[in-house]
Design a protein around this ligand. Structure first.
Ligand code: FES
Length: 83
């Protein structure tokens, strides 16, 4: 399934990069260029990353925003404990 239409990136390609060692959405963005143009795929790409690490996307995102602010979200370690 295509996640990023602008760059032709599939969920499989994102999962492959996670298996290859990507540790965050930022890693995925740097490796594949996902969400680098219109950005409409960002939430879905983040959800795949969160799912890979066993986190619920909304709870992970909310916790990151609450504790660090949205700009810092990309630099947070991927295994943030969510209460
Ligand atoms: S759909 Fe991914 S940047 Fe546009």
């Amino acid at each position: 399934m295509f996640v990023c239409i602008c760059n032709g990136i599939t969920d499989s390609s994102i999962r492959r990069e996670l298996q290859a060692g990507a540790r965050s959405f930022n890693d995925i963005q740097q490796r594949l260029g996902v969400a680098g143009q219109c950005g409409s795929c960002e939430a879905q790409a983040r959800a795949i990353v969160s799912e890979h690490f066993g986190l619920e996307p909304d709870r992970f995102y909310d916790a990151a925003v609450t504790t660090a602010g949205r700009d810092d979200f990309n630099t947070l370690p991927p295994l943030v404990a969510v209460a």
